[in-house]
Ligand binder design. Structure first.
Ligand code: UDP
Length: 313
């Protein structure tokens, strides 16, 4: 039975990945220090004999008994609200944690998967973003701790690949949403849905003309799986190119929740909020035969139902 390690496996994406790996017949070991993850996300897996959860900070040396075939390195706070509140942990988990996880891959002769991000493109000057765009990142901005840490993680991953011959896969994840996002995550999807369901003002930051492109979680996990099982190192963008302004997005959520909320404009919390973001997914389409299937309204309906349940509404 193939055995996979998922760092950050108690997080939003990590827990969905665990579901998929178990469904594929793998044994799964999760390492997570729970600073942003939660055991709620994996509670349904706790009785499964093929599943093991270890509360662990992967910035420390990782020792694990037995063989490991696949390592998925997802551990990292990833919401912009974490950037000013957990800056050192973000830098450490992507630098030291990536190094430790790669060390484990080397020791176990495992295939290594790095969850990178569209943030490595910074506030992009090329639109949509292709993988060969090198980015426009402010290293000393509030977002720099995440952007630069992920850029370092990609460089470290490629160094282990080139120098030690470790098989690696790098995915660049664009905005993703779905069940198990933290209610207080601070990102636009939980903020807008929570506000709309409570009929509180929906807070559009800045002028609301900035764009994002949202991918439903099941599509993203399918992309992860295909990339890991492929022969392609990447980096490969995985995301949904359906681009919206934040004002349009607020209106769509208000419509889907039948909310009485008013839409209000509030100052942007950080100055380097990317003005536009949309993945070019030509590589994923041609190399992996992957493209997103779930339309925004459908994915949002499912996410809204989840938030309603969690908020007891
Ligand atoms: N945003 C917003 N209202 C909110 C939260 C976020 O208008 O209550 C905007 C934010 O300025 C950004 C976009 O929504 O332009 C996406 O923000 P998010 O925090 O989800 O992640 P990002 O894509 O910036 O990493």
């Amino acid at each position: 039975m193939p055995r996979a390690v998922v760092t950050g496996g108690a997080g939003f994406l990590g827990s969905h990945l665990c579901d998929r790996l178990l469904a594929e017949g793998m044994e799964v070991v999760v390492l997570d220090n729970l600073i942003t993850g939660s055991t709620d996300n994996i509670a349904h897996l706790m009785g499964n004999p093929r599943f093991r959860f270890i509360k662990y900070d992967v910035t420390e040396y990782i020792f694990l008994d037995g063989p490991v075939d696949y390592i998925f390195h997802l551990a990292s706070p990833a919401s912009p609200v974490d950037f000013p509140t957990k800056p050192i942990q973000i830098l450490k988990v992507n630098a030291l944690g990536t190094h430790k996880a790669l060390g484990l891959a080397r020791a176990k002769r495992a295939r290594f998967f790095l969850a990178s991000t569209s943030e490595i493109y910074g506030d992009p000057l090329v639109h949509p973003q292709t993988e060969d765009y090198l980015g426009n990142v402010n290293p000393v901005g509030i977002r720099g701790v995440y952007d630069e840490a992920k850029r370092f993680a990609e460089a470290m991953t490629m160094a282990y690949h080139r120098y030690h011959g470790i098989p690696v896969r790098i995915v660049r994840i664009f905005n993703t949403y779905g069940e198990r996002m933290r209610l207080d995550d601070g990102r636009v999807v939980p903020n807008f849905i929570g506000q709309a369901l409570r009929h509180e003002p929906i807070t559009v930051y800045g002028n609301g003309k900035q764009t994002r492109s949202f991918c439903y979680v099941s599509d993203l996990i399918e992309g992860f799986w295909r990339l890991m099982m492929s022969e392609h190192t990447g980096p490969i963008n995985i995301g949904n190119p359906d681009e919206r302004t934040m004002l349009e997005f607020a209106q769509e959520i208000k419509r889907l929740t039948h909310s009485k909320s008013e839409i209000v404009f509030v100052p942007l919390p950080t100055s380097d909020d990317p003005k536009q973001r949309k993945p070019d997914i030509t590589r994923a389409k041609t190399l992996l035969g992957w493209e997103p299937k779930v339309p925004l309204a459908e994915g949002l309906e499912r996410t809204i139902a989840y938030f309603k349940k969690r908020l007891d509404l």
